[in-house]
Write a protein that binds this ligand. Structure first.
Ligand SMILES: N[C@@H](CCC(=O)N[C@@H](CS)C(=O)NCC(=O)O)C(=O)O
Length: 218
C-alpha cells in the first residue's frame, strides 16, 4: 500500500559551509525546498557543542532534521532528499536504467574517493588491498576515465550525485590540491559550475560566513 504524499515540515540543516557538507547546501538549492540553517562550528575550541551529539553522534556536519527525524551521512541525506523532492529529475527513478550509475557514483564519492584522497593528502601510506577504498591512483584513474566518457556522474544527465561529487572534486582540486587538475575533471567542473543553484549556494555560504564573522567581532 502506498502512503499518501505528506507535506514535509521545514528542513533544519546543520551546517558549516567550509566542509564536506557544502554539496548538501547545493542540493537543497537545486531542490528549491524551504530550509533553515543551524550553523555548526566543528573548528571552535573544543569542537561543536556537546549537545550537538544528540543530532550527530560524531558531532560532524551535515545533518538534517525533517518530519521529526534526524538524518546524518551526506550520501544518505542526498539519496533521501533527491528521492523525496526530485524523483525522476535529480534522482533517476527506481526503474530508470541510469539509477544504477547514479547510486554507484554517489556512494563511491563517500566510500572511496573521500578516504583515498584524504589519506593521499595527509601522506599516509596504506596497503590498498587491506582497505575497502583501495589505491588513490586507481580512484583518480577511474574518475578521469568516467568523465572522459560521460558528461555527468550518472552518465548523460545532471543528478544529485553531481552536487556531491563535483563539490568534493572542486574542493580537492582547487583548495587541497590533492587531486590533479586533469582536463576531463576540469571540463566536468566547468559543466556544472554555471548552474544557478550552485551560484546561489556559494552566495548564501559567503553571506553566512560574513554573519558569523560579524557576530564574533561584535
Ligand atoms: N561520514 C560523514 C562525514 C562528514 C564529515 O567528515 N564532516 C566533517 C566536515 S569536513 C566534520 O564535521 N568534521 C568535524 C569534526 O569531526 O569535528 C558524512 O559523510 O556525512
Amino acid at each position: 500500500m502506498t502512503e499518501p504524499a505528506r507535506t514535509p515540515s521545514k528542513i533544519l540543516f546543520h551546517y558549516h559551509p567550509w566542509s564536506r557538507a557544502a554539496g548538501v547546501r547545493w542540493l537543497l538549492e537545486e531542490l528549491e525546498v524551504p530550509y533553515d540553517v543551524h550553523f555548526v562550528d566543528p573548528n571552535a575550541p573544543g569542537g561543536a557543542p556537546e549537545e550537538y551529539r544528540a543530532i550527530h553522534p560524531h558531532k560532524k556536519v551535515p545533518a538534517i532534521e525533517i518530519d521529526g527525524q534526524i538524518l546524518t551521512e551526506r550520501a544518505a541525506i542526498t539519496i533521501y532528499l533527491a528521492d523525496r523532492f526530485s524523483a525522476g529529475r535529480l534522482a533517476p527513478s527506481l526503474d530508470d536504467p541510469r539509477r544504477a550509475s547514479y547510486l554507484k557514483m554517489l556512494v563511491y564519492n563517500d566510500a572511496v574517493v573521500d578516504p583515498s584522497v584524504a589519506l593521499h593528502f595527509r601522506k599516509i601510506d596504506h596497503k590498498p588491498s587491506e582497505y575497502s577504498f583501495g589505491a588513490y591512483e586507481d580512484t583518480i584513474r577511474n574518475l578521469v576515465s568516467h568523465f572522459a566518457a560521460h558528461p555527468f556522474a550518472a552518465g548523460s544527465q545532471f543528478t544529485a550525485a553531481d552536487t556531491q561529487l563535483a563539490s568534493a572534486l572542486s574542493f580537492t582540486i582547487h583548495q587541497l590540491k590533492a587531486v590533479p587538475a586533469d582536463p576531463n575533471l576540469m571540463a566536468y567542473l566547468a559543466r556544472v559550475a554555471d548552474r544557478p543553484a550552485y551560484g546561489r549556494a556559494q552566495k548564501l555560504d559567503a553571506e553566512l560566513m560574513e554573519t558569523v564573522k560579524a557576530q564574533h567581532t561584535s
